[in-house]
Structure formats: C-alpha cells, structure tokens
Design a protein around this ligand. Structure first.
Ligand code: T4K
Length: 378
C-alpha cells in the first residue's frame, strides 16, 4: 500500500457540480444567515428524512446543545446517556447545566441497554440521550416505553445515523429521525452525508422551530428585539450548498459503502475472537463505521496489536470509542467506568477499520489480511 489509508475520507461532489451550485452567490452576495441554499437544504432534508420539523446548525454539537436547551429541562436534572460515544454527547449535556448519568450498553450493538437505563432512573431524571453509535439503531421501542413510564424526554444523538432506516410492523420504512422527541444528526466532513461542517435537529414539537432559529441567531426575535441569550450556530451558504450536492449522491455512496462493509464481513465474520456488527433484516444500514471487537484471549492479539500492525502497513484505523467518556480527565473524578462493564470491555477491544465509498475492495483484502495475520489463529 503506497498511500496511507485513513479511517475515512470525505465524500465530495464533482467540482463542477459544486461550482454550479455556489455560482449564484456571486450574484446575490448573500453568504449566510438563512439564505437560499440553507432553505433549499432544509426542505430537501425534511423530505429525505420524512420529518415535518428540522433545523440546520453549524455542526451536530451545537444542534444537540440547542435542542437540549429548547426542551427546557430543569437545571441540574439527570440525563441518562452512554459513556460509549464521542465527547460531544456528554459535553452537550454538561454544558447545558444538566447532570450526565451513565448507563451501560448492550453487547449486541453497543447502544444503550434499556434495562440499565431503567435502573438509573431517579426522581431527578428528566431525559434520556441515547446514541445510535456507528449508525446501529438503539432499541427505540424499549427506550420510549421507559420514557413514557417515567415522563422523560428522549433526545437521540443520531450523529452517525443519517440514512439509517427501520422497517415498521406494517412493512413501511422510517428514518432514524422519527424516534423520540428529537434527533440530532452530524454533517461533519467524516460523516456519510457531509456539509463540510454542519448538523441538524429533527423534532416532534413544531413550536420549537422559531425558538431554535432564534437561539442559533443570538436570540434575535425581530429587527430591534432580542428575547433570548442565544448564540451563533447558523449554517453558511457554502456548507449548505455542499449538502445540496452531496445529498444527490447519497444513495450511490451508501451502496458503495455497503460493498466495502460486506467485503470486511466476508473476511472477519466467524473468526474466533473477532466480533463484527451486521445490521438486522429490519434495518437499512448506512455503513458509517466498521467497528470490530478483538478478544485477545481468543484471537491471540489485542486491539492495540492490530492497531499497530495496521499502522505499520500504512492503515490508520481508529479506536472509536476509547477511552470511555467516563474515563476522560474532565469526568473521571466523578464517574467510574467499572459501573458500565460492557461499555468498558468494548472500549478496550474496539477498532474501527477504514470505510468510505471509494475504498477499493483490494485494499479491504489487504487490510483484512494484515488484521488476521496479527492473530494467532491456525
Ligand atoms: N455525537 C457523536 C456520537 C459524534 O460522533 C459526533 C462527532 C458528534 C456528536 C458531534 O458532531 P459534530 O459537531 O462534529 O458535527 C471526528 C469528527 O470531527 C467528529 O465529527 C466525529 N463525531 C468523530 C467521531 O470523529 P476526529 O478528531 O476523530 O477527526 P479527525 O480529524 O481525526 O478525522 C478522522 C479521519 O477522517 C481522518 O483520519 C481522515 C478523515 N477526514 C478528516 C477530515 C477532518 C477527511 O477525510 N476529511 C476531513 O476533512 O473527530
């Protein structure tokens, strides 16, 4: 392998297509503050995700902070969430003056374990923030039942789940955006669908739309009125235009990712000590990440051995998500990862292998070869 292969590579439209999309901006000189491209992308995303309410943001993190604020949760209230995630999920909760409470994940797909969530509910609990980690859908039905029983809001961190759909009992398909009270998606450059930087939130309560738009624009409610202490989290026209272009190619991108993922699974599924996560029949996957667990006792090599072996042959795998958020310097004096043993074990064994639309299958073969030669399998 001559060029280094990284864990992902941003999808981009043809340069000509993007130039055509942004050319009118040279006429209008309208570059941000909810312009034409912003409106166009919001409409297209609502249609794609099958939702009535959607607001764009500069990034997924700001979208999550904003929707948490919009839910008017009580200051200091407990929010049950997962430690097996990117820093953003927990930071958003903490930065909004709420108290993150970590429940454990299920070994089946590393999303929040509903039984563990239920055990963490106290009179101070006000919300659940589950994560569809890697695009693996949470047990949305069980989580909703818990929320309904205890009167809790459910705000999904769906940063990884754009394009993921689930088959409903009547045979119809529903996007990940349709569960809970709200779902945040990230459109960062590393995501299946990107706007360079960007994100959105989809939500059930339509009265939140003006509020979210005001909060992402300094709390301005009129030419001479500022009613809220808002921030600035508006997506600009160049990012929105990137999204408009990328959305046109999304299905093709996911199809190519699917071929890459299937090749990995052909190699790795069934290998003793190796766990891969295939989606169930009732899920349309987006193949956002390719997580693999290595059990050193059985595989004969640790996750770190595999990471080093891949690095040596020019492959930049990543340890998403190690360490657990509860082990970060900013949280570990308050939390113990021993309380979430399934998440702790997964974090010690997980490696996410490269996946992106244009990754050549021959490179997948070489990566898998390097992975398997690290283990002590006969
Ligand atoms: N919730 C969850 C569960 C999340 O995973 C994230 C973000 C969020 C919330 C917050 O959403 P945003 O506010 O970001 O919209 C990356 C991303 O920056 C971050 O968006 C993502 N999760 C996280 C899992 O991964 P890093 O620090 O690992 O990225 P970096 O710069 O090391 O890039 C990873 C690889 O991606 C590179 O090796 C090559 C490729 N790459 C990177 C960039 C920046 C590209 O191909 N193009 C690029 O422009 O955090």
């Amino acid at each position: 392998m001559s060029d280094r292969i990284l864990v992902t590579r941003s999808s981009m439209p043809a340069l000509e297509e993007y130039v055509e999309e942004i050319a009118p901006l040279w006429e209008s000189h309208w570059l941000t503050n909810m312009g034409v491209e912003h409106k166009k992308l919001e409409m297209a995303l609502k249609e794609r995700l099958g939702v009535g309410n959607l607001a764009l943001f500069t990034n997924g993190h700001n979208a999550l902070e904003c929707i948490l604020e919009a839910m008017a949760l009580p200051m200091g209230g407990e929010v049950i969430t997962t430690p097996f995630t990117f820093a953003s999920t927990t930071h958003a909760i903490a930065r909004k003056g709420l108290t993150p409470v970590f429940a454990d994940v299920t070994p089946g797909n590393l999303t929040l374990d509903p039984e563990s969530v239920e055990r963490m509910v106290t009179p101070r609990t006000c919300a659940i923030v589950p994560v569809h980690v890697y695009g693996n859908l949470c047990d949305v039905d069980a989580i909703q039942q818990i929320a309904d029983r205890h009167g809790l809001k459910v705000i999904y961190d769906a940063a990884h789940a754009f394009g993921v759909e689930r088959r409903m009992p009547d045979g119809s398909w529903r996007s990940a955006a349709s569960f809970g009270d709200a779902s945040m998606f990230s459109f960062h450059a590393t995501k299946v669908f990107n706007t360079i930087e960007g994100g959105c939130v989809c939500f059930k309560d339509e009265t939140l739309y003006p509020l979210l738009n005001q909060w992402k624009n300094f709390g301005i409610t009129g030419p001479e009125d500022v009613e809220y202490v808002g921030g600035n989290a508006k997506m600009n026209e160049f990012c929105a235009a990137m999204g408009v272009c990328n959305l046109r190619h999304l299905d093709e991108e996911i199809k190519k990712r699917c071929a890459v993922a299937k090749r990995y699974w052909e190699w790795l599924e069934g290998v003793p000590g190796v766990t891969v996560f295939r989606p169930g029949e009732d899920v349309r996957c987006n193949y956002a990440y390719l997580p693999v667990l290595f059990d050193p006792e059985v595989f004969g090599a640790t996750r770190d051995d595999v990471f080093a072996a891949l690095d040596a042959v020019g492959v930049g795998a990543r340890k998403y998500f190690y360490p657990l958020v509860s082990d970060y310097a900013c949280y570990r004096s308050v939390y113990s990862s021993d309380r979430t043993p399934v998440a702790k074990k997964a974090a010690s064994q997980v490696l996410t292998l490269p996946v992106y639309a244009d990754l050549a299958l021959v490179d997948v073969d070489r990566i898998c070869d390097a992975v398997l030669s690290t283990g002590k399998i006969d």
